[in-house]
Design a binder for this molecule. Sequence first.
Ligand code: FAD
Ligand code: MLT
Ligand code: ZN
Length: 505
Amino acid sequence: MQQILQRASSTARTSRTLIIQQVQRLLSTQLEFTKDRYNIDRGKFGTLDDTHYGYFEDLLGKDRVIRDPEECEAYNVDWVKNVKGMSKCILKPKTTHEVSAILKFCNTHNLAVCPQGGNTGLVGGSVPVFDEIVLSTTLMNQIISVDDISGAVVCQSGCILETLDSHLAKYDLMVPLDLGAKASCNIGGNVSTNAGGLRLLRYGNLHGSVLGLEAVKADGDVVDCLSTLRKDNTGYHLKHMFIGSEGTLGVVTKVALQCPTRPKATNVAFLGTNSFQNVLKTFRKSKHSLSEVLSSFELIDAQSLNVVTKHFGKQCPISQHPFYILIETHGSNATHDEEKLHSFLAETMSDGVVLDGTVSSDPSKIADIWQLRETITAALQHDGYVFKYDFSIPIKTFYSIVEIMRERLGESAVTVCGYGHIGDSNLHLNITLKEYSEEVHGKIEPFVYQYTSQMRGSVSAEHGIGFRKSKYLQYSKSASAIGLMKSLKQMMDPKGILNPYKVLP
Ligand code: FAD
Ligand code: MLT
Ligand code: ZN
């Protein structure tokens, strides 16, 4: 790692961004193949030959069949640089018909396929393990319809979250989902991971906002569940089979979302406090005092903020404390919301629960404050190798695992930090090392998963299971539930061509 940084920094005049890109590229070149690091056997799938390439090129045209190894690299390595596949073929369909034809052909020829959206997934689900064909939805980016009265929006699955949200602003609507990867993640990826994000507390789980969807099964069959109705109790709710199943049951091609009205007034408060108990007291009070306008309640511990200031040179807007809280309100009356937030802050400060804080309704200041929270993920990458965890843990014992791991790992970790969506009891425990170490890995896993299970938590609150967590699924799902999951997979994808080595143990 030291060597990599020195090599990257030697280009004296290169801008900071370029250096970061170089480091990322060098790290991905040095990354071991997943199959080697995790000792995985290849499934009994076919191997691509010229006849297969010929079919894909006839269907899509040469420019939408990527074979150049350098170009393929970006589709083989995940965002967090934990896993690396060896696909030699990236397909970029534009229509449901093309997706259907690809899957039908792959199923007939027993070729494995890894569906991919924006490739921002954090559990190694979005990249191949061996030579699976990558089916990228990035060109399926059409917004099909917007009903500005009901709020029903229909789009293709490759729409970028932020692009869709900006489009909806014209109709005073918003996507009921926001996350740090919004500039690259796709709606289809969001639906396939049932992404949570920064405002689930207010706008609910994505399962509840998806009105309908269209998906293509492994055999090429198009399943049309693209209802735009809010209420529709006609038989089994099949759309839920595809929401959160991480590309193992079908490829999502279109999505219908229920989109809420965009708020007229947004405020953000950034607060500091000295104990986790006081974070909890502040959360409880915010629900009572801010009630219907509360749209986000996020935790950042001092160690998390430290990586952002260290690697990105950002300034903390208040004095230093062990814990920081970011509170956001979404409402329709700026004066009313500001009054509420100011009196909430005055009360929590006079009680000594909150020690320092700043409030803003200015869009650029709000964006700066959100950056402190949203860039933690990217900043951690600059420590070296990141072990990421995404637990649902009962709120009262929420932070203990961070302290336990700090004690357990001592000097062997660079950073052990905790941040996340406290409003949803979702903790992101992150542990960084200078470089990957199997020995430290063994000290972390399965311990953290066993601990979470003992606490009656979930090993994945929002990121999913993907490749990295499939053998830990048992800590959150009963044997009978896993058995049923396997039966469903067998029924919908009997040859197992869709995203093999993922989700199911
Ligand atoms: P990909 O990464 O491409 O794929 C994710 C999974 O979905 C893979 O298993 C893939 O095979 C499957 N898939 C993708 N598209 C389809 C499709 N059309 N049909 C079937 N399967 C498909 N996640 C959260 O939940 N909350 C957060 O707050 C959050 N913040 C993040 C912040 C950063 C900086 C980063 C890098 C990631 C964050 N994530 C978060 C994780 C990630 O962004 C989400 O999981 C996101 O939903 C993935 O979307 P994607 O388009 O990038 O999907
Ligand atoms: C977040 O909440 O920032 C995301 O889920 C990404 C992460 O866990 O780092
Ligand atoms: Zn998160």
